[in-house]
Design a protein around this ligand. Structure first.
Ligand SMILES: NC(=O)c1ccc[n+]([C@@H]2O[C@H](COP(=O)([O-])OP(=O)(O)OC[C@H]3O[C@@H](n4cnc5c(N)ncnc54)[C@H](O)[C@@H]3O)[C@@H](O)[C@H]2O)c1
Ligand SMILES: O=P(O)(O)OC[C@H](O)CO
Length: 314
């Protein structure tokens, strides 16, 4: 492989959101020779100036900022050819939509790409090797984004199931909170393996009902991200669960957390949606009750263990 393979610096890209993930993604693209324009709420440049002439606009804002950014961008004239990339892992509390669904609805003519995978930003900023997935239904579009970020330390795969890729990265945050509780309570390796595996079963059930492909959840953006997030103290979602297990209050944990733990909001939205769709998600239900301070971590464990016996697949 030669360096040129990864360098197409004529493409211009704007990254919106300069939090942990937006910054790590800009480091990766800049290392490949791309000129990146960064924008955050505190930028001196206006959003219009930053996205003007951008071939690609990547959003790495947290879920609570997605609608706001979209509303602002709708006031700017964006070419229908501009590729919109969403790297947010969350669900909209009003509609339960995923970020890519909101982007696509707002910009009907633009190609939308989802970027998601086991990507703890601190490891990526250290230059440690990692892999991710870029997904689009339109041929050739994900491939363009793949070229921008691919390098010898960041392996990027393409995929044609954007919804599945996005839901993998989003739903695993709920299970990561449970995994943090599991480790915080020192429940052991067997319990953790059971939790993560049954958590994946819940993700698959919800995702397939939503219209995603089952296989996607067994790839990097599903199982891969689940493993990374459920096993790393670098994960903010895992940290929420771990600290809940020590008896801390959610408000106190969030106040002292570095960055956003999307799983807190995602749990609420997921539980609401699953109840409407009549999908069984017992782990997520217990995470929800725990986050609402309705039960203790020990009670949540008890509730899960004393459920009726059943077949593994049904
Ligand atoms: N940090 C990671 O390791 C990582 C990896 C992959 C994906 N993600 C996902 O990326 C998203 C961002 O995560 P992060 O770690 O960078 O979070 P962060 O809390 O560090 O940053 C969030 C960013 O969103 C911006 N933002 C929030 N509301 C906004 C609004 N109304 N208008 C404009 N900007 C707004 C903030 O200013 C900030 O730049 C999340 O959905 C997260 O799940 C994070
Ligand atoms: O820190 P978290 O829990 O938001 O996890 C970050 C990424 O989603 C891991 O892929």
């Amino acid at each position: 492989m030669n360096e040129e393979r990864y360098c197409h610096s004529k493409i211009s890209m704007a990254i919106l959101g300069t939090g942990a993930w937006g910054s790590a993604l800009s480091t990766l693209a800049a290392a490949n020779g791309y000129h990146i324009k960064l924008w955050s709420r505190r930028s001196c440049q206006t959003l219009t100036e930053v996205v003007k002439d951008a071939d690609i606009i990547l959003s790495a804002v947290s879920m609570k900022g997605v609608r706001d950014i979209i509303s602002q961008l709708q006031l700017v004239k964006i070419s229908p050819k501009t590729i919109l990339v969403t790297a947010t892992k969350g669900l909209d509390p009003q509609t339960t939509c995923t970020p890519s669904q909101i982007w696509q609805k707002a910009f009907l003519k633009n190609p939308v790409v989802v970027l998601s995978g086991p990507n703890l930003s601190k490891e990526i900023q250290k230059g440690l090797p990692a892999a991710t997935v870029v997904a689009s239904k339109i041929d050739g579009v994900a491939e363009m984004v793949q070229l921008i970020f691919s390098s010898y330390r960041f392996r990027v795969y393409t995929n044609h199931d954007p919804l599945g890729v996005e839901l993998g990265g989003t739903l695993k945050n709920v299970i990561a909170i449970a995994a943090g509780v599991c480790d915080g309570l020192e429940l052991g390796t067997n319990a953790k393996a059971a939790l993560v595996t049954r958590g994946l079963a819940e993700m698959v059930r919800v995702g397939v009902d939503w219209g995603a492909q089952q296989d996607t959840f067994y790839g990097l953006s599903g199982l891969g991200d689940l493993l990374a997030t459920c096993n790393s103290p670098l994960s903010r979602n895992y940290q929420v669960g771990y600290q809940l297990a020590s008896g801390k209050k959610l408000s106190e944990i969030i106040e002292n957390l570095e960055g956003t733990a999307e799983g807190v909001n995602t749990t609420q939205v997921l539980v609401r949606r699953a109840r409407v769709q009549k999908i069984s998600i017992p782990i997520a239900e217990q995470v929800h009750r725990l986050l609402q301070a309705e039960i203790s971590p020990q009670q949540a464990l008890w509730e899960l263990m004393q459920r009726d016996v059943k077949a593994e697949y049904e």
